[in-house]
Write a protein that binds this ligand. Structure first.
Ligand SMILES: Cc1cc2nc3c(=O)[nH]c(=O)nc-3n(C[C@H](O)[C@H](O)[C@H](O)COP(=O)(O)OP(=O)(O)OC[C@H]3O[C@@H](n4cnc5c(N)ncnc54)[C@H](O)[C@@H]3O)c2cc1C
Ligand SMILES: NC(=O)c1ccc[n+]([C@@H]2O[C@H](COP(=O)([O-])OP(=O)(O)OC[C@H]3O[C@@H](n4cnc5c(N)ncnc54)[C@H](O)[C@@H]3O)[C@@H](O)[C@H]2O)c1
Length: 460
């Protein structure tokens, strides 16, 4: 048996930097990873998708540029090159992490799957075969999530794709049917449409992107509709059948059944925690009914000296949240501070084009909470920068506390929406009021300048 001061299970967005930091502080540390360093973000999530989305944007621009007076013919998609570039980006990022970990003193990387045998001990099923037992004073769990596959008649008989396997496809699907209109469904749907696939998105709910405001969802539906992405709401797939060369899907819309044929299916119906293999009961670690590890505001689990970080603890599943969990644990464990995840402002960006940058509360959520709010809304067709660059798609809005004038949340559906919303995030952090932004001198004609105009709408 090997003895450590700290064992980190899962080399995701929190696990890898935390293992390095713990080892750097003098603690004998082990990092256990069953697959690859970098976890979902680097290998299957943010980086590979955003690399491919950049290619899809380039393809779209070829056509769009014609409206700007630049005609470079028709876009020719070299899918092999797109995949090669994506693989190179992933490899480069992953090898940077491998180098960092291997050069860290006091840190052992053990490649295998960890499972608790008691509160202080784990067994690791090694990648190379065999097992190893290790014990530690402290454990940090960062095992992330994996795609959740709905139980639909015939699904196990078809070769459905997930967000992981779709990135290794060597051909562009002729007709991609996407189940689910969350971030994954929307990003891949638009991307493959731009590569030339026919794309149909099925969403059982009344509308797409339930967490977002209705006007934002409607605008996105319009934008994707203009690119011929077919979105069917209140529609679900109820059966699949493999036919020669295609998949026959029985769909149900408001109780009416019909069928459609497609070449590929992407299941993007949500993700579930990777907590089963951990045998959490053996360590007395409590989970919720879905298997997410329960933590308090300091990321402590129900078991003493065992912490959970990132997606596996439930809540918003984003790289920057997992990374912030790492920061909180460093502050509390190494620097003996008292950091908490309470009242953390939540920003995120959905990388459809134009991007949906989001921060804080939505209008629908504010109304649900009965807050006294003002809402500022501006269409991009009246933003100088958008008019000049020839891309007037989208809308921006902010939710404001009616009494204090402070910003509670914002949605920016625009080119560089993720960047513009970050300005509002900093405004929120600084407690700046909307009147101050309205009257702030901002360089003309930038996207940021539209924030003057957004808040001017409240004077009208
Ligand atoms: C297609 C896609 C696109 C995304 N795009 C974005 C984006 O643009 N922006 C954004 O902020 N977020 C994005 N996300 C979400 C983001 O990837 C995750 O929130 C982020 O990676 C944080 O994950 P994590 O640190 O909790 O764990 P992960 O990164 O998932 O890492 C967990 C690691 O633990 C390992 N592991 C699991 N169980 C065990 C075990 N028992 N023993 C040893 N190792 C184990 C896994 O192999 C994995 O390497 C995307 C996700 C997907 C799927
Ligand atoms: N840009 C980003 O930050 C980004 C990008 C991709 C993924 N992510 C992360 O990954 C997580 C998972 O994304 P996701 O899109 O898989 O999940 P999601 O929870 O965002 O969306 C899933 C969608 O599938 C629908 N659905 C459920 N069951 C269905 C069924 N049987 N058939 C059809 N539709 C069904 C749901 O109604 C929902 O709209 C996100 O919550 C996000 O945190 C982030």
């Amino acid at each position: 048996m090997k003895y450590y001061d700290a064992i980190v299970i899962g080399a995701g967005q929190a696990g890898t930097p935390l293992a390095k930091k713990l080892a750097g502080s003098g603690l004998k540390t082990a990092l256990i990873e069953k697959r690859w360093l970098g976890g979902t973000c680097v290998n299957d999530g943010c980086s590979p998708t955003k690399t491919m989305i950049a290619s899809a944007k380039a393809a779209w621009s070829v056509e769009h540029n014609k409206s700007l007076g630049v005609d470079s013919g028709n876009a020719k998609i070299d899918f092999r090159k797109i995949l090669e570039r994506k693989n190179d980006v992933v490899k480069k990022m992953r090898s940077g992490l491998e180098k960092g970990v291997s050069e860290t003193e006091n840190l052992d990387l053990i490649e295998g799957e960890a499972s608790f045998t008691s509160e202080k001990e784990i067994i690791i099923t090694l990648k190379t075969g065999g097992t190893e037992v290790a014990s530690a004073e402290m454990f940090f769990i960062n095992t992330g999530e994996k795609p959740s596959i709905p139980d639909i008649d015939g699904i196990s008989d078809i070769d459905y794709l997930t967000s992981t396997t779709i990135m290794d496809l060597e051909e562009i699907p002729e007709h991609l049917l996407v189940l689910g209109s969350g971030y994954i469904g929307m990003e891949f749907g638009q991307m493959f449409r731009r590569f030339g696939s026919k794309v149909t998105i099925l969403e059982p709910s009344k509308r797409i992107l339930k967490r977002e405001d209705n006007d934002i969802a409607e605008e996105i539906t319009k934008i994707l509709g203009a690119e011929d992405v077919i979105i069917e709401t209140e529609t679900k797939a109820v059966a699949f059948e493999k036919k020669s060369g295609h998949i026959l899907v029985t769909i149900e819309k408001k109780g009416e059944k019909s069928s459609l044929s497609c070449s590929h299916i992407l299941v993007a119906t949500g993700r579930k925690p990777q907590s089963e293999a951990l045998n959490l009961n053996a360590a007395g670690i409590e989970t919720d009914e879905k298997g997410y590890i329960k933590v308090n505001d300091r990321l402590e689990t129900s078991a003493k000296d065992i912490y959970a970080m990132g997606d596996v603890k439930g809540g918003p599943a984003f790289t920057h949240i997992s990374y912030d969990d790492y920061r909180i644990l460093v502050e509390n464990i190494i620097e003996k501070g008292n950091a908490s995840i309470k009242n953390r402002i939540l920003p995120y960006c959905m990388f459809i084009d134009p991007q949906l940058g989001r921060v804080g509360i939505t209008e629908q959520e504010a109304k649900k909470q009965g807050l006294d709010i003002k809402v500022a809304v501006l269409k991009n067709e009246s933003v100088a920068r958008c008019i000049e660059t020839g891309d007037e798609r989208g809308i921006m809005k902010a939710v404001i506390d009616a009494k204090t004038g402070k910003i509670l949340g914002a949605s920016v559906l625009a080119e560089a929406g993720g960047e513009v919303v970050t300005i509002l995030q900093m405004v929120m952090m600084g407690g700046i009021t909307y009147e101050q932004i309205k009257d702030c001198v901002i360089a003309h004609p930038t996207y940021a300048e539209s924030l003057n105009n957004l808040f001017m709408t409240l004077d009208q």
